[in-house]
Design a protein around this ligand. Sequence first.
Ligand code: SF4
Length: 284
Amino acid sequence: MKLRVSAGSAIALGLMSGPLDVAPCITYLMLPGTCEAECSYCTWGRDDYLSRVRWPEFDIGLLKGVRRYCLQTVEREGMENEMDEVLGSLEGEGDVAIAYLTQERAEILYKHGVRSVGIGLDACTRALYEKHKPGLSWERAMDSFGYDFSFFCHVIIGLGESDEDFLTMSQRMHDQGTRLALFAYTPVKGKRPVGGVSVERYRALQLASYLIEHGTPVEDFGIEGGRLVDIPRGFDERAFLTRGCENCNRPFYNERAGREPYNFPAERFGSYDIEGEIRRYLRP
Ligand code: SF4
């Protein structure tokens, strides 16, 4: 059986050669085949790329020694059987990224001891979800959080949400015990752009959602006309690290090497003036 491996993970495992500016801390894997969900911002199914990452295929036998991995699923008929087979074949500890759970899907994950699940909600509101993910159901995605896993909600900033939409979603997730895994919308070759986010706005929302996750209520933030204008004290550089399941650092998922990363994959913040970026966003 074949499995897709992110190019960075494949290089780190010695399956292919290439430059590796920052090593992934876990191995990123993906089920083979085409995703049929047709989300507006995703190029999957057109070539080997998902976001900025290439995912070449390798024989699953080559992945036997992987200790910790994230398995990215795709939406299509029969995916559950394949996910079951792959999770049964791999030896290490796995997290799973999936659009939504059903009882059948949850049972498969329980059976294989999966503890941490990333739900690809992506959009902050029902209206944006229905606009960008017309093949999927908002209710089904939200109902997924009712199963017994440690959840991360994947959210893409830059799909047309207001700051208030995002902060309201952050508070809602915090209230139900779910943490966020943030992504920046990334325009990709071969697809008409459907959004965008400046690094300044991303920084401000990263910090705000980090503070909400650490107990600052959304009511404490200054919001005018849906726009974030003031953040309570509590600047913390850890807000700008990649957030997600244990050790998930997703290097270069949203950005080119050499550019300021939206999510820092390691505690090396270089000379970027992150506080200045946030100030510029709040008071342009
Ligand atoms: S947060 Fe990272 S490890 Fe967890 S499901 Fe999402 S991509 Fe995978």
